[in-house]
Write a protein that binds this ligand. Structure first.
Ligand SMILES: Cc1cc2nc3c(=O)[nH]c(=O)nc-3n(C[C@H](O)[C@H](O)[C@H](O)COP(=O)(O)O)c2cc1C
Length: 195
């Protein structure tokens, strides 16, 4: 597997920083598309929580719809849209689960309410009522009263390791700039594409 270059990571971080500066509200939000073995595609927003040359990390519930799809087909695509400065980054590649140590370390940084929420939510399963969810929250609050909340086994991170990464910048008259990084002969090559 070819890692990202530091230059690609720096370029992404510069684009993220630019989006922050112009006031993008959720600059780390990315729309993540996954699919099952039959080619049914689904997408939803998740937050980017870590990035280095190994890839883009997000956290979720492995029993959720996306978690089940990623188990069957460990590939995904993700798109960051930064409307405030007409900018977009697209990724596509393989996805792997992060180590338990990495998941534990991130889980420990979450506020207690979100840690309890990870236990209370059977993500993507039908929920009969809001009261039931609130009751489950109370149950886990009392279970963990006075204790550290441990990470549920089914809640972890995934690392998207891009095989393609594209930077898009809006320009006048729809003559936008597109720079796509692709892998050729075990090296990253950058192509400029027509908008
Ligand atoms: C701004 C925003 C950020 C979100 N971040 C996450 C996230 O980091 N992890 C997550 O599991 N769900 C996150 N969600 C909820 C997901 O979009 C989605 O509803 C949930 O993960 C269930 O998706 P699934 O049924 O397709 O698996 C976020 C939603 C929004 C709107």
């Amino acid at each position: 597997m070819l890692l990202l270059t530091q230059e690609m990571v720096d370029r992404f971080n510069a684009a993220l920083h630019a989006a922050r500066i112009v006031g993008e509200l959720e600059p780390t939000a990315m729309v993540l598309a996954t699919s099952d073995g039959q080619g049914h595609i689904t997408s939803r927003t998740v937050l980017l929580k870590a990035l280095d040359t190994n890839g883009f990390v997000f956290f979720t519930n492995t029993t959720s719809n996306k978690g089940r799809q990623l188990k069957t087909n460990p590939r995904a695509s993700a798109t960051f849209l930064w409307k405030a400065n007409e900018s977009q980054v697209q990724l596509a590649g393989r996805v792997e689960q992060v180590s338990d140590e990495e998941a534990d370390a991130y889980f420990a940084t979450r506020d207690r309410g979100s840690q309890i929420g990870a236990w209370a939510s059977l993500q993507s399963q039908p929920l009969a009522s809001r009261e039931l969810l609130e009751q489950r929250v109370r149950e886990f609050e009392s279970k963990y009263e006075g204790m550290e909340v441990k990470r549920p086994d089914y809640w972890t991170g995934f690392r998207l390791q891009p095989e393609m990464m594209e930077f898009w910048q809006g320009r006048k008259f729809r003559l936008h700039d597109r720079f796509r990084y692709v892998q050729e002969n075990d090296q990253w090559v950058m192509l400029r594409l027509y908008p």
